[in-house]
Design a protein around this ligand. Structure first.
Ligand code: T5A
Length: 212
């Protein structure tokens, strides 16, 4: 029997991942699937505390490597306590951000050697590799404008300059190119409903194709 089904949503700031991951969660539940929706950094008590350290801190007060280890520590706790148990239980897990965010933000934009990033990602996730990853692609000027309209203290990364966000965008596209087996690039500038329907149909098709 197959072990659960793991879906991740990735992309730059304000690309619409959170909105669409919630829509997919509701649509799948409505169709009778057992679904668990979670996010990174976060998902457990410990990982949510690390999230606060990472996202509410002062810009540039933390080194890139410190950042990488904190994201990895939060992820390990999240995998052990939420993601793996859910997958073992044959559930569909939807996660808002996962390892590709580390590769794009700390690797492509943060300039940590990608070999280090891949090594840390691999030892952190073990066998918990996503079955599908939706990568939301958007012009960072549009994405940042969308996220500015949301009131939150979690702005450490949003505050970085536009070149940083452009590197994130091209990093995500390169990740998609290198992992065509699991990554699907979504044009995030399309109308919300169109994206919602595309993701729902493709998810069900892939889920059934996975032998579920
Ligand atoms: N991070 C995270 C790392 O650096 N390394 C890591 O390993 C990990 C895991 C996490 C931060 O941490 C960094 C990356 C991030 O900076 P987050 O909680 O994921 O942060 O927050 P953001 O990505 O900043 O989330 P945002 O809320 O800004 O963006 P979303 O989730 O992509 O966008 P969403 O859905 O909230 O939508 C933003 C706005 O746009 C509208 C929505 O209604 C909302 O108002 N919208 C649309 N408008 C028009 N057309 C559409 N199609 C729309 N879709 C959504």
């Amino acid at each position: 029997m197959n072990k659960g089904f793991f879906i991740t949503f990735e992309g730059g700031e304000g690309s619409g991942k959170t909105t669409q991951s919630e829509l997919l969660y509701n649509n799948l539940k409505e169709k009778g699937f057992v679904v668990n929706r979670t996010r990174e950094p976060g998902g457990t008590i410990l990982a949510e505390k690390i999230r606060d350290l990472l996202l509410k801190g002062d810009q540039d007060k933390m080194s890139n490597l410190t950042e990488l280890y904190l994201f990895a520590a939060a992820r390990k706790d999240h995998i052990d306590n939420i993601i793996e148990p859910s997958l073992e239980n044959n559930e569909i897990v939807i996660c808002d951000r996962f390892i590709d965010s580390t590769t794009a933000y700390q690797g492509y934009a943060g300039n940590i050697d990608l070999r280090v990033i891949n090594y840390v990602n691999n030892i952190t996730i073990g066998s918990s590799k996503p079955d599908i990853t939706y990568i939301f692609d958007i012009d960072p000027n549009i994405g940042l404008q969308r996220s500015i309209n949301i009131t939150t203290e979690e702005i450490r990364f949003e505050k970085k300059d536009i070149d940083y966000h452009k590197k994130i965008r091209s990093g995500f596209l390169e990740i998609a190119n290198n992992n065509p087996d699991r990554c699907i690039v979504i044009n995030a500038e399309q109308e919300l409903k169109k994206i919602e329907e595309f993701i729902l149909n493709l998810t069900i098709e892939k889920y059934e194709g996975n032998g579920n």
